[in-house]
Design a protein around this ligand. Structure first.
Ligand code: GUN
Length: 282
C-alpha cells in the first residue's frame, strides 16, 4: 500500500516561509501584491482564482482580481496589463486560463513583464527554464518537485515518465526533472504502448486530464506517482490515476484533492514573493 503524500502539509510549510518573507519585505517598506485577470465565467477558473485570493490574504500578499466579461476585447486586456506592468505595487500578474474564445492567448501572455510573470508562461521565462537558469519557476511542476523531495527519495539517476505534454505541466515538468538529473520521457495521446513505458517509471507524473487513465497494472511496484489531474465528475474531483489500484502498487502517491493542487498555489505565492524581492533589489 502506497504512502500518501500530504500536499496540504508540504504546502503549509512553504506558506509559512513565504509568510515570513512577505512580513520581512513589508518591514523594509516593500509591499507584495498579486493581480489576477479573469475574463469570462468559466466555473473552474472561478474556483481557482478564489483559492489564489484566499492564499494571498492568508500570507499577507495584497490580492486583486480584475474581472472582465467573456466578450472583452484584446485591446482592453492589453491596456490593463501595460498599466499593471508599470505599477510598482504589483509584484506578480496572472492571466487566468483558458481565455474566452477569440482572444489570442499567446499574444496576451507575452504582454506581461517577464519579471512579473509568476506563472512562468512568457517565452523569456520558458526559455530561461529550458536553459536551466529559471528566474521564476512553473508553479505545478515546481510543486511536484517539492512533493518528491518531501518523500526523501532521490531524483538523480531515476527514470521519470511524464504523461501529458501541456505547456502548463508536461513540458516544464520535463525541464525541472532533467535539471534534477532524472532520465526523462514525455508521453502523450499519440504514444504507442503507454503502459509499457509507464511501467518503467521510478517517478511517474500524470497530467493528461483524463480521469482514471493510469491504472495499477501500468505502474512499477514502489514507484512515486504524482497526479496533477483535476477532473470534475458528477461534482466530485478525481485525478488521472485510478487511486485504489495505483495505490496498491506504488510506493508513494499524491491524492486528488489534497496533493498537487495545494502545492501549485504555494509555488505561486513563492513566485510572487521572489518577484517582489527581485523588484526591491533593483
Ligand atoms: N488555468 C489552469 N491552470 C492554470 C495556471 O496554473 N495558471 C493560469 N494562469 N491559468 C490556469
Amino acid at each position: 500500500m502506497a504512502i500518501i503524500i500530504d500536499g496540504k502539509a508540504v504546502a503549509a510549510k512553504v506558506n509559512e516561509d513565504v509568510k515570513a518573507g512577505v512580513a520581512a519585505l513589508k518591514q523594509k517598506g516593500v509591499s507584495v501584491g498579486l493581480t489576477v485577470i479573469l475574463a469570462g465565467n468559466d466555473p473552474a477558473s472561478e474556483v481557482y482564482v478564489n483559492n489564489k485570493h484566499r492564499a494571498c490574504t492568508d500570507l499577507g500578499i495584497k490580492s486583486e482580481i480584475i474581472r472582465y466579461p467573456a466578450d472583452v476585447g484584446g485591446a482592453v486586456l492589453e491596456a490593463k496589463i501595460k498599466e499593471l506592468n508599470a505599477d510598482a505595487s504589483v509584484s506578480g500578474i496572472l492571466v487566468q486560463l483558458p481565455l474566452p474564445k477569440g482572444l489570442d492567448e499567446r499574444r496576451i501572455l507575452e504582454l506581461i513583464d517577464p519579471a512579473k510573470d509568476v506563472d512562468c508562461f512568457a517565452a523569456k521565462n520558458v526559455g530561461m527554464l529550458a536553459l536551466g537558469a529559471p528566474k521564476l519557476l512553473p508553479c505545478t511542476p515546481a510543486g511536484i518537485i517539492e512533493l518528491i523531495k518531501s518523500t526523501g527519495q532521490p531524483i538523480a539517476g531515476k527514470r521519470a515518465v511524464i504523461v501529458g505534454r501541456s505547456n502548463i505541466v508536461g513540458k516544464p515538468m520535463f525541464h525541472l526533472l532533467l535539471q534534477a538529473d532524472a532520465t526523462v520521457m514525455v508521453c502523450h495521446t499519440k504514444t504507442v504502448n503507454l503502459a509499457e513505458i509507464t511501467r518503467t517509471a521510478d517517478i511517474l507524473v500524470i497530467a493528461a486530464g483524463r480521469p482514471g487513465l493510469i491504472t495499477g497494472d501500468m505502474v512499477k511496484p514502489g514507484a512515486l506517482v504524482l497526479d496533477a489531474g483535476i477532473n470534475r465528475v458528477d461534482g466530485k474531483l478525481y485525478g488521472d490515476a485510478d487511486f485504489d489500484s495505483v495505490s496498491d502498487v506504488a510506493g508513494y502517491i499524491t491524492p486528488v484533492p489534497g496533493g498537487v493542487g495545494p502545492m501549485t498555489i504555494a509555488m505561486l505565492m513563492r513566485n510572487t514573493l521572489t518577484a517582489a524581492c527581485a523588484a526591491s533589489d533593483n
